[in-house]
Write a new protein. Structure first.
Ligand code: ADP
Ligand code: MG
Length: 177
């Protein structure tokens, strides 16, 4: 029996990590074996834990390359991945293989970078997923539904780890103004 792929996407502060943790905890309540991974570059709050902005957290394994998931996922039922946008495109094949091998794979990540451009492997992951959930933040300027991550500094590199000091959620109109 094959598994499937679920993607949880949205801007910063949209609740992707919260939603990922919620699904993984519920799988655990159902006595399913869960493995959770994150890219090792994301050490904002904690080396190992995945931590949401509302401070809920879950233990994860930081990995340098998505291929490592194939050996570490072992006999688990559910695989969770946070900050998937930071992996290279190899993650698409890895996630596909895990799903073919019967696992439920839940992938959370930013769908757009600070310029509003699709982020890394996320578009390809969304294309192969059975289920996609787009979650939204609240625009810090006007209070509308926010789907963009606005960078408050002049830095131009795509990957710049930061929090409310460097980013805020914004709606379409306030992001572009
Ligand atoms: P993500 O993983 O998508 O960055 P998290 O799950 O870590 O999001 O955090 C979601 C939490 O962020 C919310 O429950 C709320 O407490 C907090 N938060 C901070 N700023 C905002 C905002 N502008 N809109 C919505 N939630 C926000
Ligand atoms: Mg998150």
């Amino acid at each position: 029996k094959a598994g499937w792929i679920e993607v949880v996407c949205g801007s910063m502060f949209s609740g992707k990590t919260e939603e990922l943790i919620r699904r993984l905890n519920r799988a655990r309540i159902a006595k399913q074996k869960v493995e959770i991974f994150k890219p090792s570059i994301d050490t904002r709050y904690h080396d190992e834990d995945i931590v949401s902005h509302n401070a809920s957290s879950i233990r994860s394994t930081p990995i340098h390359s998505s291929e490592i998931m194939l050996s570490l996922a072992g006999d688990c039922d559910v695989v969770g991945v946070d900050e998937a946008q930071f992996f290279d495109n190899g993650i698409v094949e890895v996630v596909n293989t895990l799903a073919f091998n019967g696992k439920r794979v839940i992938v959370a990540g930013l769908d757009m970078d600070f310029q509003g451009i699709p982020f890394g492997p996320m578009p390809a992951l969304m294309a192969i997923a059975e289920y996609i959930t787009k979650v939204h933040a609240v625009c810090m300027v006007c209070g509308d539904v926010a789907n963009y991550s606005y960078r408050k500094t002049a830095a131009q590199e795509q990957v710049m780890l930061g929090e409310t000091d460097s980013y805020e959620a914004r709606c379409r109109k306030c992001f572009h103004s």
